[in-house]
Design a protein around this ligand. Structure first.
Ligand SMILES: C[S@@+](CC[C@H](N)C(=O)[O-])C[C@H]1O[C@@H](n2cnc3c(N)ncnc32)[C@H](O)[C@@H]1O
Length: 215
């Protein structure tokens, strides 16, 4: 498969065009549990790749982060701005594709994403490339569905190749395409999700927390 294949956001636009928030309005619980224990410099900047309707970025903005989202969906952008307004914060949202996006070098104190699944060839090339946007000492936090999620009905892609194998993904994110990264936490976990009707019930997930380790 072409690692530079762009994606069509129309399915996400249809989903996010509804009045309700497809994955709820609260931040992803695991992401939140890691981020609230970080002690970044004043005015920290964070990037939320594929944040959909912006629930993670809006929460982070309420915690004092300067938050930027990129995502395929213009409807996601609209919903994110509504949610941000409700919370009295602002989020910078750019409709963009991981494959096409140019990242600033050594910039963000945090990059955090939930349920960001791409075709494997895209993931292998562009997720490590994205990590170069982390400042030294910066954190990468991600939750996604594990390959055994096919046994459950609590959300996620129905295609095995889009789901995560922990060793494979950690290998990519700490491999030659990425800056030096140390593993703070990486595990497959069985959990119970309660995010929305789409993400509710027993689930098999991967949870990864890496720290950029060069000076
Ligand atoms: C399952 S939703 C999760 C949304 C959000 N992270 C959350 O947890 O609420 C997946 C999101 O990934 C985005 N996405 C998928 N492929 C993408 C790509 N190549 N570049 C940017 N965003 C992408 C979609 O637009 C969608 O908003």
């Amino acid at each position: 498969m072409n690692p530079d294949q762009t994606s069509d956001g129309s399915m996400w636009d249809r989903r996010f065009a509804e009045d309700h928030y497809a994955y709820g309005t609260e931040a992803n619980v695991w992401l939140q549990s890691i981020v609230e224990n970080l002690a970044p410099e004043p005015n920290p900047e964070a990037l939320f790749p594929a944040d959909g309707e912006g629930r993670n970025a809006v929460w982070a903005a309420t915690e004092g982060w300067k938050a930027t989202v990129f995502d395929l969906s213009a409807e996601g952008e609209r919903k994110c701005h509504l949610l941000a307004e409700e919370h009295g914060v602002t989020v910078n949202y750019e409709v963009d594709d991981l494959v096409l996006r140019t990242f600033p070098d050594r910039h963000y104190a945090l990059i955090a994403c939930s349920w960001f699944h791409t075709p494997p060839a895209v993931r292998r090339k562009h997720m490590p490339r994205m990590l170069h946007a982390l400042a030294p000492g910066g954190h990468f936090v991600m939750e996604g569905y594990h390959k055994t999620q096919l046994n459950f009905s609590s959300g996620g892609p129905k295609s095995l190749e889009l789901l995560f194998d922990l060793d494979e993904v950690v290998g990519e994110l700490t491999g030659p395409g990425a800056p030096p990264m140390s593993v703070a936490y990486a595990a497959v976990e069985h959990t119970v999700l309660d995010e929305s009707d789409l993400h509710r019930g027993e689930a098999a997930v991967v949870r990864i927390h890496l720290v950029r380790s060069d000076a």
